[in-house]
Design a protein around this ligand. Structure first.
Ligand code: PLP
Length: 479
């Protein structure tokens, strides 16, 4: 790393990125390229000799940016947001600059200790029970993704139950979730070796706004016990991916606790909102859980990747995941004086991710972060109002956070035609390049999703998005 070269190139790259943000609204939000476009534009082999920064940046402008979907555009309303911010971006840059590998405390004490401190800060902002704080046997850790967070707690839970009931009982272990739980859970069950026939995917419907019904869980657990199976893991969600549904944690927790099951809550998106006192109620019951995760890289101004996982019992993680090869031995670890986060995650290597979260919390402060969330929720409320005033549309599920689920209403109760029209509307809106929305299916209905949460989104972008949707809809309906 040549300092002067870094300084020169760094200035130019920061200028490039700053200009990108200044002009971000001039790009089509959803990339309009065809599959394989880049192969036609770039050489088949890597260069033998150094090229200049100008050559690289020219290629970024001409060849890469057309193939970029602009997640930071103020008119990006698809999926859930993936926030970038000045603080998050600079924190990530600092982490890259320091270039450390913080798998054990000794490999960079500040990385481990800052992570513990910042996760405690956030646990306190969320008003999580004290058992999730690092001062006792609990604590938080940064994972790369919610999938990894769920994977490590599922492994810990499996390890714990098999130690009690015998290592040969894997085929008897049963997990519970709802049909709205993110597919990440199914993937982790596949990885962990839970038998597919022992994955209870409990049905939800509009009567509970797609939240998991505790009665249904109780019934399934009782049946499994009667059949000699071992219920051992429940994954609930606060803010499901399709419609931001909220599973009732307190009631589900009672069932999980009384059956000695590990209870995990995935609040990847909606967890951020729960730092606001008025939204904290949606994680009431979190005291009954064993682990809780939310992704700061979604709606908390922290650049990807930064999924936060808290557990009450850190031993359950380390008992399942720790290894102690000679080449990693050191006095602090041997004396049990420190946390080694390598034993709380799948990979060994880990970057200094807490820096970006620390910088977000310090450069914005929790009051500004709460207002940031509130502003998006207000914009979503405005959008919801606009939709509900148009007789061609309906709101499909009640909005709680910043996601609005809506659709064109079916003409003459023809649901099949209605689904087709909603798909066509989505395609038309997205090919306009003016905004990007995604869709889901709820009870067989194709539903359009407008998820507000990009840092640059303002009222005018939401209004403009609605105008485009209305225009495309009226064109479609009068064709
Ligand atoms: N859980 C929920 C509720 C989500 O919305 C998502 C992604 O949007 C995920 C899990 C998957 O997250 P990751 O990509 O971090 O594994």
């Amino acid at each position: 790393m040549d300092s002067e070269q870094l300084r020169e190139y760094g200035h130019r790259l920061i200028d490039f990125i700053a200009d990108y943000y200044k002009t971000i609204e001039s790009f089509p939000v959803l990339s309009q390229v065809q599959p394989g476009y880049l192969h036609k534009l770039l050489p088949d082999i890597a260069p033998d000799h150094p090229e200049t920064m100008d050559q690289v940046l020219d290629d970024v402008r001409a060849k890469i940016l057309p193939g970029v979907t602009h997640w930071q555009s103020p008119s990006f309303f698809a999926y859930y947001p993936a926030n970038s911010s000045v603080a998050g971006f600079l924190g990530d840059m600092l982490s890259a600059g320091l270039g450390i590998m913080g798998f054990s405390w000794i490999t960079s004490p500040a990385a481990t200790e800052l992570e513990m401190i910042v996760l405690d800060w956030l646990a306190k902002l969320l008003n999580l029970p004290d058992q999730f704080l690092s001062k006792g046997n609990g604590g938080g850790v940064i994972q790369g993704s919610t999938s990894e967070a769920i994977l490590v707690v599922l492994i810990a839970a499996r390890n714990k139950v098999l130690r009690n009931v015998g290592q040969n009982a894997l085929e008897k272990l049963v997990v519970y979730s709802s049909d709205q739980t993110h597919s990440a859970f199914q993937k982790t069950c596949q990885i962990v070796g839970i038998h597919p026939e022992n994955c209870r995917v409990l049905e939800t419907d509009a009567s509970t706004n797609y939240a998991l019904r505790p009665g249904l869980l109780q019934e399934a657990v009782s049946q499994d016990l009667e059949a000699g199976l071992i219920p051992f893991f429940l994954c609930a969600t606060v803010g499901t991916t399709s419609s931001a549904a909220i599973d009732p944690l307190a009631e589900l927790g009672k069932i999980a606790n009384s059956n000695d099951m590990w209870f995990h809550v995935d609040a990847a998106y909606a967890g951020s909102a729960c730092i606001c006192p008025e939204y904290r109620q949606y994680i009431d019951g979190v005291e009954t859980t064993d682990s809780f995760s939310m992704s700061a890289h979604k709606w908390f101004l922290t650049n990807f990747d930064c999924s936060l996982l808290w557990v009450k019992d850190q031993d359950s993680l380390t008992e399942a995941l720790s290894t102690n090869p000679e080449y990693l031995k050191n006095k602090a670890s041997q004396a049990n004086l420190v946390v080694d986060f390598k034993d709380w995650q799948i990979p060994l290597g880990r970057s200094f991710r807490s820096l970006k979260l620390w910088m977000v919390l310090r450069l914005y402060g929790s009051e500004a972060l709460k207002n940031y969330i509130r502003n998006h929720i207000k914009l979503a409320k405005d959008f919801e109002q606009l939709v509900s005033e148009d007789p061609n549309f309906e709101i499909v599920t009640p909005r709680i956070f910043s996601l609005v689920c809506f659709r064109l209403v079916p003409a003459k109760n023809d649901e099949k035609k209605c689904n087709n029209q909603n798909r066509k509307l989505q395609d038309a809106v997205n090919s306009s390049g003016k905004l990007f929305i995604s869709h889901t299916a709820l009870s067989g209905k194709i539903v359009l999703r407008c998820a507000i949460g990009a840092p640059l989104t303002e009222e005018k972008h939401v209004k403009e998005a609605w105008n485009v949707i209305q225009d495309e809809a009226s064109f479609l309906l009068h064709k």
